[in-house]
Design a protein around this ligand. Structure first.
Ligand code: HEM
Length: 507
């Protein structure tokens, strides 16, 4: 048979298939969003304080907004209702994480819990973390560590108080949370570790930048990898990986050394706990739990535990010193509850209701992770009638939601009393208030975080009055946020305050 007529008939034969194809892939209703550039998409509109620029854009385009961030289709969620739809109604559809190159490298190919895409392995890791590392019982077992670290900070502040010199609270509080995490996770003193203070701050911030940002290779096809090499980003990632890996390997080796003293089973550090799991190999299906898993989890703990807690305390002190009436109310509370006891017991903290409101208010105005951690969708769903496709990045702007006048009166003002009736908390059920996220991926370290933050702040308020350095007034405190592509947001300028002894410490 001649082929000519067959070729002519081909379009007719294919027509039904084409109709079916287009029906199945009918144009979708994506959320609205700003116009985009070729290749970059909307990356150029993010700015260095992306939660702020995204709030600006969402005021124009709506609480469910579509952006193309380089190669990544992204939906920005900026209302409590839309956050509820993503984090509760469609939690299972949207609880994965994007597989970016920075986290992939630093977590030994996603052997951690925080950055690992959703699946059986993540479920096992999350279970292990929740039951073994961050449980209430385990966190309580570290009480003496928290108390020792806070005590040593109070002693060092006392020295500055004797000479009436300002204290760099940003550095001190960072060293406090680092001190706690080093002992809890690595069984090692921060002061005696190889990281000096500034070196450590830098490592934490570099790691956050790598975890939060993109490599050009991920955004710009074909040539992106060249840009990463020219800008040095690729080399920085490799250097950081080796630096962290060397440190984690050293602390693991110390634990395996025959010279190490037998640990009190009631106060095992995180490495002790995880080395036992390596030995027993329970759970984790076919995947073996190895030293690489330990290192990846340690990285999460190091990132989750140090910066966030320190930032919460720093922003709190900055807000209080700007409003002396609130500072006094908080100090009166803690001094009345503790009296002349000269020691704050963690059991006393439950009575510090005003302090708890203050911490909630700080986390509303200054959530340490303003866009939570990025999520990636697994399957298609709709929000407000818009289609959200699989493999879409979802960012919830918790910072913008926490300052939205639709949910909060005088949202830009620091008013702890708004939490007086206790009906709103941060456990992920109030979608207008999400400092720890919500749903399957909610922060598993809430209890660990709040115990350290409450103890640290209660002590700062009990032992000292706080004055501004000479020549400064309350309005001079710079409350701006530091620009940078990071997962967390710090104050632009370090907080320096002068401590004045209220009680004399017996050290
Ligand atoms: C004030 C302190 C803290 C804040 C504000 C905070 C906030 C957050 C947020 C917003 C997320 C992402 C939630 C989501 O995707 O919905 C998260 C996840 C996480 N946080 Fe925290 N966090 C804090 C302290 C801690 C501490 C002390 C630890 C442990 C030492 C920790 C460990 C983690 C881990 C492992 C995840 C990942 C959970 C997962 O993906 O399954 N965090 N945190």
């Amino acid at each position: 048979m001649a082929l000519g007529p067959l070729i002519l008939l081909l379009p007719l034969l294919l027509l039904p298939l084409l109709v079916l194809f287009f029906m199945k892939n009918k144009p979708n209703k994506l959320p609205p969003g700003p116009p985009k550039l070729p290749i970059l998409g909307n990356l150029h509109q993010l700015g260095e304080l992306s939660h702020q620029s995204l709030r600006g854009l969402s005021q124009k385009y709506g609480p469910v907004m579509f952006l193309q961030l380089g190669g990544a289709p992204t939906v920005i969620v900026s209302s409590a209702e839309a956050a509820r739809t993503v984090l509760k109604v469609h939690d299972l559809n949207s609880c994965s994480r994007p597989s970016r190159a920075g986290p992939r490298r630093l977590t030994h190919n996603f052997r951690d819990v925080a950055f690992t895409p959703y699946g059986e392995y993540w479920r096992e890791m999350r279970k292990m973390c929740v039951l073994e590392l961050f449980s209430m019982k385990r966190v309580q077992s570290y009480r003496s560590i928290r108390e020792e670290e806070v005590d040593s900070l109070m002693n060092s502040i006392s020295e500055s108080a004797s000479s009436s010199t300002p204290v760099n609270l940003t550095e001190k509080l960072f060293a406090l949370t680092a001190g706690m995490i080093f002992k809890i996770a690595f069984g090692k003193s921060f002061q005696e570790s190889e990281f000096d203070k500034h070196g450590f701050v830098k490592v934490v911030h570099d790691t956050e930048a790598m975890m939060g940002g993109y490599l050009a290779a991920e955004c710009i096809p074909y040539v992106g990898w060249i840009i990463d090499r020219l800008t040095g980003r690729h080399q920085r990632l490799e250097k950081l990986f080796h630096e962290l890996d060397h440190f984690f390997q050293q602390v693991i080796d110390d634990h395996l050394s025959s010279e190490r003293k037998k640990q009190d089973p009631n106060q095992e550090d995180f490495i002790d706990v995880m080395l036992k799991i390596v030995e027993e190999q329970s759970g984790f299906g076919a995947a073996r739990f190895s030293h690489a898993n330990i290192k990846a989890v340690l990285l999460n703990v190091f990132l989750g535990g140090v910066d966030t807690g320190a930032l919460t305390m720093i922003w709190t002190m900055a807000e209080l010193v700007r409003q002396p009436k609130l500072m006094k109310k908080a100090q009166d509370e803690v001094r009345n509850v503790i009296g002349n006891k000269g020691k704050i017991d963690e059991n006393d903290i439950d009575q510090l209701q005003y302090l708890k409101m203050i911490i909630k208010e700080t986390l509303r105005l200054h959530p340490p992770a303003p866009l939570l951690l990025p999520r990636e969708t697994i399957s298609h769903f709709q929000i407000n009638g818009y289609d959200i496709h699989p493999k879409t990045l979802i960012q919830v702007n918790a910072w913008a939601i926490g300052r939205d006048p639709q949910y909060w009166n005088n949202p830009e003002e620091f008013i702890p009393e708004r939490f007086a009736d206790d009906s709103i908390d941060f456990k992920g059920q109030n979608f207008e208030y999400l400092p720890f996220g919500s749903g399957r991926r909610i922060c598993p370290g809430i209890y660990m975080a709040t115990t350290s933050v409450e103890l640290g702040l209660a002590n700062l308020l009990y032992w000292f009055d706080w004055k501004l350095p000479q020549g400064m007034t309350e309005d001079d405190i710079n409350m701006e946020e530091k620009a940078g592509l990071s997962l967390t947001v710090s104050m632009k300028v370090d907080l320096q305050l002068v401590p004045v002894k209220y009680f004399c410490r017996q050290s």
